[in-house]
Design a protein around this ligand. Sequence first.
Ligand code: SF4
Length: 182
Amino acid sequence: MYYDYIQISKINDFLFCPWSLYFHSVYETFAQNTYKASPQIAGTIAHESVDQEKFSTRKNILQGREIFSQKYGIIGKIDIYDKDKRELIERKRTVKEIYDGYIFQLYAQKLCLEEMGFKVKSMKLYSMTDNKTYTITLTKQQKTKFKKVLKDMRSFNLTSKKCSNHNKCKNCIYRELCKIDV
Ligand code: SF4
């Protein structure tokens, strides 16, 4: 059993760079503009209708529901779950590429829901601006990587090496705080 629950929403940040997650966590109590770039703010707004349960009043739809898994030590919120279709949907403002972070977010939600007694037959990523839907399935390797990422998140410490990908650092909103040479 885990006592240090990992927030599902932080998995993507960690995959981008563990240090960016550290900075994100440190600054998240500040006003949003100080630690989020504008596409991220748009992404937050895209979720607002779900969080406020405005998307649908249909009884077969779970919206913005808090979820957790004791087995994996993860906690978060789903976007939309259709009980009849047993379908889990995560809406993003615009999906340009299907990153591991998106896949792991849905997979983590599925694991939580199933532990809570809701079967998940399909996972979908919905891109709002171009109205595209992507069905998400995981390979065996991706499932193994998912478990490794959770383990790495638990064992991360501040003496870890910073990112060596200059392109990533150049576009990172934390580069000034990070004091990395780019
Ligand atoms: S500047 Fe580079 S090392 Fe620092 S948080 Fe951003 S991506 Fe990570």
